[in-house]
Design a protein. Sequence first.
Length: 253
Amino acid sequence: MALCQKMTATAIIVPCRLESTRFPRKLLHKIKGRPLLAWVAERIAREAPGVPLYFAVDHELLRASVTEAGFQAIMTDSRHQSGTDRIAEANRAIGAKRIINVQADEPLVSGGQIRALAELLESGAPMATMATPFRTAADFSNPNQVKVVMRQDGRALYFTRSIAPYPRERGAVVDDAWVQANPCFKHLGLYAYAADLLEKFAKLPLGKLEQIEKLEQLRVLENGYDIACGVTMDPTIGVDTPEDAVKFEETLK
């Protein structure tokens, strides 16, 4: 069944913030002469045809970048502390019952990942996200690559920038073989929400764990809500640094 047929009352909303600590104004960073945000927008439109697509932006430069590429932008408050807060504001105008959140720095998102998120919501999960197995010790040890530890039923136990699970007997010394043989999962910046949980999220105070780890999804767990996790093997690159931008550009060759 086509994606647009299975996702009635579903919208994709991409939160976009101009400033970025690790990579200033990365969404406007030119790759082959075009902003990263334009690459992401066209990828989503190609992978999820027919699904309403919106960009929740915090600055006129981002709005212009999106609309010039032929996509819809919604201006949101620049003071939002998280992308989820920004999406909640945008959805008050859109009114979708189910919301898929694709990060603006994920230029290789796939239709399979978007369908998996939609199916997790349709199965009753109030919120869903995606994970993929780590393949290297270097990535697993990188604090910029977020880890997710899951229950046996696929619900998230915790998200962290630290090594998790922690190999006590090895004293955190791991190699590629160990990482590949154990439940070491990288969290991908893809989410889906039922509209009622999204609105509740926006009204919750910042969580203590969220503030320590700088991971907004921890606010959901801290308040007792489940997050269902789908596992994908589709290749992905989250552009967090200039080096990541180079890696993405290499995939275009």
